[in-house]
Design a protein around this ligand. Sequence first.
Ligand code: PHE
Length: 349
Amino acid sequence: MSPINHSLQQTRLQETLTNAFERLARIKNQTELEALRAEFIGRQGVLARLMDELKTLSLEEKRVQGPALNELKKTLTEAFTAKEVELLQQLLEQKAARASSFDVTAYRPGSLQGSLHPASHIIEEVENILISMGYEIIDGPEIEREEINFEALNIPKNHPARDLQDTFWLTIPHLLPRTHTSSVQIRGMQQRQPPLALATTGRCYRQEATDASHDFVFMQCEILLVDKKISLANLFATAKLFLQGLFKQEKLELRIRPSYFPFVEPGLEMDMSCPFCSTGCSVCKKSRWIEIGGAGLIHPHVLKASGINPEEYSGFAFGFGLTRLIMLKYGIDDIRHLHSSKVDFLKQF
Ligand code: PHE
């Protein structure tokens, strides 16, 4: 055995030790520590290789190198364990520091704040415009009496017009979820004396198969004016001004088509020029017109049933689907989103 070989081995062990300690000092977390542990004392690590080399040495060399190598392994293993304890301690201290500086009063619910439903937005807008035009906003019950939803509106029992509105009937006789907001016209007229300028918004119910554009519950808005000498001209001017305000379009135009509703005479349906295009788009299905709703001059029977003299007074009624307007205004393509309670959908408004 040569002394040179001896000291060469010693130097390598010393270098290994120094190298390991230097790198151990720079370790910052458990992951780094495990990587370094594997590199030095793992099964294929530096020490394992030195052990392998040991086999090639002479007996005398083994006698010196063997214990030295064992000593090195012990020192390193202890150093790694000590570092592990140190890291754990650091982690615990950091956690304790975080816990003690946690300020429960710093919770800000603001970031989770909800927003108004699109229906609430549009109701507010519609009502503001109508109030600015001098209308009184009134309310009526969603569960309505048959005589108000139908009879007082000139739709007697067994009249075919009842079939136009597929009604849900309650098990309690003569009560129904209202099929339209026209019922509120009657309540408004019965409780007041003309001149009247009334408007209402609210839910209506019809037995409809549900799809992207139909729902069994939807919202309507009804506008009613009763005074002396009210004519279709008042209706057109009012509807136009209102829709121009809602869609913020001075150039918005109206078009009418004759139609039939038992509670108005003449009855008509109204279309507005598409507020989203001038040449045809997907909203107006390239027709440049969008159906708005029904309207007409209040039928003398209806005025009479509400205690108003049709010889002295006349009036107009205009009713339209508010849900449809919501969908148009916000570009909502499926009516079912409106009742879905999906936060991702509702967050957008
Ligand atoms: N109530 C009618 C409907 O729901 C709409 C309407 C209102 C028609 C007022 C004329 C006058 O279909």
